[in-house]
Write a protein that binds this ligand. Structure first.
Ligand code: NAD
Length: 514
């Protein structure tokens, strides 16, 4: 496999011997002092890189760099910080192809989706640049004569961003591009499965920072390590905000650690996303949306469609059309043009998929198609699977779990209100969709009595959100919102200022104290 993209992006300069640096703050570039590990490509299992884990002790010197960076960054005017993000976006545009290749090599995404992920980074840069001139608060009338009140949004401090393997660039960019315009230095701890993506982004940002000497280089920092490092970051007072994306188990642990020191956490955790297909639905449209949402990214999106809740009158026909569509999906090397389904991230993920299918069968499920490993026409050493469809009862316990693989559970309903109850009965609350031509059903689905998820779509699938909206979900998904809308406020603190321009000192609530 060609690794020339790493050369073009300058990632190959971030190495000592055969080991990549694990601590990078612009001021320092050093090897990790912990255990060594290799990163393998899901495409064919070949070794892509070697790292040594950065240790919790190494976090101390990084924290110093971040705190100094914060002192400088917080007083740089926000539009100037926006200029930094604008230039980062331009670099990402320039190297879009190479950046997408790194995603594909490490996360196994097909190129069109990897390019889409880089585009998300570019889009959020554009969004953040505009936002850098709109970090505005309210002006509020005072109850006291000769007074006025206002709210200001101030930089918060260094922000730690812990990311999952499946969106190695987009998730950092949602947090970092907004955090930077808000005046916060960003420390990224990427998934240990995708550290080269982190180095590629770091290099892009440092190239820009080299041309902007007024902005501290540690504003964009990276530490490579696993769970121990993540736990140390969550416990560190340096970070008033820890943004963590990954499994619900990870988020629960991070949230408790951060809460114990009264910090803030911003959580983007697992989903168990559903689509209701009504008897009025445009089935042509639904079919296309289901295949992309359920089988795309080999079922490894947080928003992947996992539960299809079909009206009993359309379920049989829809399932047989889906099975036909699944049988012709091009599965293979994600770097090859025409491939629609790439590999699972690793063997562990494959084993989890097999266990889930076994559990589904034991719980009364009927495997309609797929589930088996694909070995023909795919690179050797990768874990490629035929996406699976299982018909099963909505309350089978396995249906309520997120298995991070392409398994679509098909459930049935007869009454639309029941379909909404089924949609809402799982612990997770990320993405949901309804396919219907009925205005009443669509409006009910989006109403307070409808979907309880952070994302509720009508006549589009559960995956593939735009950056303009706030992204995230409820319940076990963690409650965080990132990316568009007013998500920038997560990265700032609010001050309320009351100014007395009169010659007297009236107290609020009419209190007399004399
Ligand atoms: P993961 O939970 O295994 O790891 C995510 C990150 O957390 C990694 O960087 C890991 O090193 C770190 N980590 C693990 N345990 C930790 C701990 N106790 N303390 C601190 N850090 C810890 O997740 P993954 O397998 O990389 O990603 C898949 C999961 O992420 C799925 O559940 C998916 O739904 C979720 N996800 C959610 C979103 C979202 O926006 N809601 C986006 C992408 C992925």
């Amino acid at each position: 496999m060609s690794l020339s993209c790493l050369e073009t992006l300058g990632v190959t300069s971030l190495v000592s011997g055969d080991t990549y640096f694990s601590v990078l703050t612009g001021n320092q570039k050093v090897l990790g002092e912990g255990d060594k590990f290799s990163v393998r490509s899901p495409i064919d299992g070949s070794t892509l890189s070697s790292f040594a884990n950065a240790t919790p002790q190494q976090l101390q010197s990084v924290n110093q760099d971040l705190q100094e960076a914060f002192k400088a960054l917080r007083v740089i005017p926000a539009p100037r910080r926006g200029e930094l993000v604008r230039r980062i976006g331009e670099e990402a545009r320039k190297y879009k192809q190479e950046l997408a290749q790194v995603i594909s090599l490490e996360a196994g995404k097909i190129m069109p989706e990897a390019l889409g992920e880089v585009q998300e980074w570019i889009d959020v840069c554009d969004f953040a640049v505009g936002q850098s001139r709109m970090l505005h608060g309210l002006s509020i009338v005072s109850e006291r004569p000769g007074h006025r009140m206002m709210e200001q949004w101030q930089p918060l401090g260094p922000v730690a961003v812990i990311t999952a393997f499946n969106f190695p660039m987009a998730v950092w960019s949602w947090n970092a591009m907004l955090g930077l315009i808000c005046g916060d230095p960003i420390l990224l701890k990427p998934s240990e499965k995708a550290p080269l993506c982190a180095l590629a982004m770091y290099q892009i940002a440092q190239n820009v920072l080299a041309d902007m000497p007024d902005i501290p280089k540690a504003a964009v920092s990276v530490m490579i390590g696993g769970r121990d490092l993540g736990e140390a970051i969550a416990a560190s007072d340096t970070f008033p905000l820890v943004s963590a994306t990954g499994s619900t188990a990870m988020g629960r642990a991070v949230a408790q650690t951060v809460a114990a020191r009264l910090g803030r956490s911003l959580l983007e955790l697992g989903g168990n996303n559903a689509m209701i297909v009504s008897d009025t639905a445009d089935l042509e449209l639904a079919l296309r949306a289901i295949v992309f949402s359920a089988a795309g990214t080999a079922g490894q999106r947080c928003t992947t469609l996992r539960r299809l809740i079909c009206h009993e009158s359309v379920v049989d026909g829809l399932v047989s059309r889906l099975a036909k569509s699944y049988s012709s999906l091009p599965i293979g090397n994600p770097l090859t043009e025409g491939t629609l389904v790439g590999p699972l991230i690793d063997e562990n993920s494959f084993n989890k998929m097999q266990s889930a299918l076994e559990a589904a069968k034991a719980q009364g499920g009927e495997l309609v198609c797929g589930g088996q490993r694909v070995t023909q026409g795919v690179p050797e050493g990768g874990f490629y699977v035929q996406p699976a469809i299982v018909r099963i009862a909505h309350d089978a316990p396995i249906v309520h779990e997120e298995t991070f693989a392409p398994i679509l559970y098909v459930l049935t309903y007869s009454d639309f209100a029941d379909a909404i109850d089924i949609q809402n009965e799982v612990p997770q609350g990320l993405s949901s969709a309804v396919f219907t031509e009925s205005m009443r059903e669509a409006e009910l689905f989006m109403s307070p009595a409808g979907s309880d998820c952070g994302i509720a779509n009508v006549n589009i699938g559960t995956s593939g959100a735009e950056i303009g909206g706030a992204f995230g979900g409820e319940k076990d998904t963690g409650g965080g919102r990132e990316s568009g809308s007013d998500a920038w406020r997560n990265y700032m603190r609010r001050t309320t200022n009351t100014v007395n321009y009169g010659g007297d000192l009236p107290l609020a609530q009419g209190i007399v104290f004399e």
